[in-house]
Design a protein around this ligand. Structure first.
Ligand SMILES: C[S@@+](CC[C@H](N)C(=O)[O-])C[C@H]1O[C@@H](n2cnc3c(N)ncnc32)[C@H](O)[C@@H]1O
Length: 305
């Protein structure tokens, strides 16, 4: 094996801030097809370059996983925007017992750390960020996953207004399966394809949803072929953040993919923050779009193909 093959990268660090060796193995759970860092053997990576995620528990977990997977003496380059966890990196690496150097560049903090000999603190952060059953929702989840330890109020509102669905459908951006659990309780539902870009959500969903009518894909909804077509119904709470920044085009892509994938007369049930401008998009792509309710800061739409 070449040295490059044992180097890892997590996410897409800006090229001007950190050099990623060619052939580095990608470990981000948000890039479908990537390897799973938590399943990597201890001391099996020569180096790792990581664009650390913004959530504290998630970031400490991921940095700790990287340190665990590094060979003794292995180097971790970890960076994040200053206001999205970057300013905390030094303190966190110190708590893990790492020797490191920190630089500041283009609103980022960049730390180059060496794996500590004693991994006890890292192992504790790994346990704190691990998948778990969340009592409040009754669902498996993990820090870092969307709304990981509470029910999203927009999703709860959608479930209150959802009619009895039937036939073949999809849950786009299914998360850990909160909407799917209710949809699959409907006897008329013949099949439900669940799709999410986050491997941790997909793995939790696979534990939460064992109904044989469900199939769960780790995929990007925007990509053609990521779920079936000619569907009778779609449910979704589309994302509006990409990499921490508001990205309205992401939700609009979900709306477009829903329109493309429904049969004529098929229906899309959607929940969205009231400030998001989906209405014109829905009206342009569907034969009819109805605002069912506006409450608690959310809007529920039914759009008919
Ligand atoms: C607002 S959350 C809804 C989660 C879940 N359906 C619920 O109601 O609790 C949006 C979900 O879309 C996923 N997501 C974001 N971008 C995606 C993409 N391009 N393809 C598939 N899923 C995506 C996120 O990982 C997240 O789980």
């Amino acid at each position: 094996m070449t040295e490059e093959a044992t180097t890892g990268v997590y996410g897409n660090p800006p090229a001007e801030l950190a050099e990623v060796p060619r052939g580095a193995v990608q470990f981000s759970p948000l890039l479908p097809g990537s390897a799973a860092l938590e399943r990597r053997d201890d001391a099996s990576l020569a180096a790792m370059v990581m664009l650390a995620p913004p959530g504290t528990i998630e970031r400490r977990h991921d940095v700790a996983q990287a340190l665990r997977a590094l060979q003794p003496g292995g180097r971790l380059t970890v960076l994040a925007p200053k206001d999205k966890g970057g300013s905390r990196l030094a303190k966190e690496l110190k708590a893990f017992g790492c020797d490191f150097e920190e630089t500041a560049l283009r609103h980022h903090r960049i730390c180059v750390a060496t794996r500590p000999d004693d991994l006890a603190a890292a192992r504790q952060a790994i346990a704190e960020g691990a998948p778990r059953m969340v009592e409040e929702t009754g669902l498996w989840s993990q820090p870092g996953v969307f709304s990981w330890n509470r029910v999203d109020p927009g999703s709860a509102l959608l479930l209150k207004h959802l009619p009895q669905l039937s036939g073949r459908g999809a849950d786009l951006g299914c998360g850990v399966g909160y909407l799917a659990r209710t949809v699959l309780a409907m006897p008329g539902v013949e099949a439900l394809t669940m799709v999410d870009i986050d491997r941790r959500a997909v793995e939790a969903a696979a534990k939460n949803i064992t109904d044989p009518r469900a199939t769960i894909h780790w995929a990007d909804v925007r990509k053609a072929g990521s779920f079936p077509e000619n569907l009778d119904f779609i449910v979704m709470n589309p994302p509006f953040h990409d990499g921490g920044a508001e990205d309205r085009s992401l939700g609009q892509s979900f709306v477009r993919r829903a329109a493309e994938s429904l049969r004529k007369g098929g229906r899309c049930w959607l929940t969205a923050n009231r400030h998001l401008p989906y209405e014109d998009h829905l009206k342009a792509l569907f034969s009819r779009a109805t605002l069912i309710v506006e409450a608690d800061g959310f809007k529920i739409y039914e759009a008919r193909k």
